[in-house]
Design a protein around this ligand. Structure first.
Ligand code: CAA
Length: 378
């Protein structure tokens, strides 16, 4: 449970309503087709769900992180792919809001408030988790005061539908992680192209693809921060985003628990509903314990973030625990529902496919353990 202000509760009720009516009921169809549901997103953008992380001074609503978590949880309860689209747009917004200059912030805020979204182009085929080994290059051309970007990014959420990209590239190969820099690149820039749409196991209402950069020229003013700041900015962005992966994982797990409870109250065996059997009650109680534990870890890490305190370790703990928890709870929901849980007629097999991503994206759970171990051994 979240402790929210009256305004936040009102907003949460609106978002819940929207997600139930416009997302949850349609998500099965799009999960099967794997198509990006443009009409659902058009309504969500009209409602402003893409602009929740735009600060108040730039025209946004200026929400606190705990309220945002409650909203993301509700979105993922309806559909994790839908919530992923929204959260990954903010992976592009965050580094610019944190490290960009006033002009860059205004440019991005105006775009997002107008219903456009962004993508965070960090991961590459040859160096997924090892960000410091980024192969994409950005070479400064003094004659035109531009950077020329060449390389390939992969598994980029929103790439096919994004209006802007936050791109990490090496401006000095000799310096490794300290030679990385971040750039704002507009879609439609000559030389930028989008690869094949990934046919994913889950989160199928989100779109994921490669992005290719072939002599893509961007004005030098699109450099975010200074040359060499790119690794740090990427890490700070991921720190700030990981708790929200936890929120999404909690949303999926809560849906799995609710689906299994509804089923267990209806399904009669040995003369009574299976919800009356203590073996299943204990399973459901354990699912509830782990969901609430994960939620409170998310809230704790976000409370530290909003208070301006160090929170990398707590963000990694929340993301890692919630991701593992979500997979386990979805598995338990299938177990409670038996053969029906394994059938595509019921939603829980989809929840398991969706939950798996939380152990993978925004840093695998092995990477989270590296971050946690680094913090406790330092
Ligand atoms: N904040 C600020 N600075 C940080 C930092 C942080 N969180 N983490 C590291 N740094 C600094 C270090 O202090 C160090 O600086 P100094 O040399 O000055 O001390 C420098 O950065 C290098 O740090 P490390 O030596 O720890 O770096 P590393 O190369 O060993 O890598 C890592 C660390 C944790 C493995 C990191 O590479 C990482 O997080 N990898 C995972 C990447 C990831 O999450 N990818 C997900 C992609 S996004 C996505 O999934 C979205 C989508 O579209 C679905």
């Amino acid at each position: 449970m979240y402790l929210l202000s009256d305004d936040s509760k009102e907003l949460l009720a609106d978002v819940k309503n929207f997600c139930k009516k416009e997302v949850m009921e349609q998500s099965k169809e799009y999960d099967i087709s794997g198509e990006w549901p443009a009409e659902i997103y058009a309504k969500a953008f009209d409602m402003g769900l893409q602009s929740l992380e735009i600060p108040e001074e730039l025209g946004g609503v200026g929400l606190d992180s705990v309220t945002l978590s409650a909203l993301y949880e509700e979105m993922a309860y309806a559909d994790a792919g839908f919530a992923t689209t929204m959260a990954c747009n903010n992976l592009c917004v965050k580094p610019i809001m944190r490290s960009g200059n006033a002009e860059q912030k205004k440019f991005v805020a105006d775009l997002v408030l107008a219903g456009k979204i962004g993508a965070f182009a960090l991961t590459e085929p040859m160096c997924g988790s090892d960000v410091g080994s980024t192969k994409t290059t950005a070479v400064y051309d003094a004659a035109t005061d531009e950077y020329v970007i060449n390389g390939r990014k992969c598994f980029i959420t929103n790439a096919a539908v994004a209006s802007i990209f936050y791109v990490t590239a090496s401006t000095d190969k000799t310096k490794g992680a300290k030679g990385l820099s971040g750039f704002i690149v507009e879609s439609g820039t000559k030389g930028l192209s989008i690869g094949e749409h990934e046919n994913k196991m889950g989160i199928r209402l989100s779109t994921t693809s490669d992005v290719l950069f072939e002599d893509v020229r961007v004005p030098a003013k699109n450099l975010v921060g200074k040359e060499g700041d790119g690794f740090k900015i990427a890490m700070q962005t991921l720190d700030g985003a990981r708790p929200f992966v936890g929120s999404l994982a909690v949303g999926v797990a809560k849906r799995a628990l609710d689906e299994s409870i509804a089923y267990a109250k209806e399904r009669v065996t040995f003369g009574k509903p299976i919800s009356k059997f203590q073996a299943l009650q204990f399973m459901m109680a354990d699912m509830d314990i782990s969901i609430e534990t994960a939620r409170q870890m998310v809230v704790h890490s976000l409370t530290l973030l909003d208070a301006g305190m160090p929170f990398s370790r707590e963000a990694a703990i929340a993301k890692c625990y919630a991701g593992d928890m979500s997979v386990q709870v979805a598995l338990d929901a299938i177990q409670i529902m038996g053969g029906f849980g394994y059938s595509r007629e019921y939603p829980v097999e989809k929840l398991l496919r969706d939950a798996k991503i939380f152990q993978l994206y925004e840093g695998t759970n092995q990477i989270q353990r590296i971050v946690i171990a680094g913090s406790i051994l330092r």
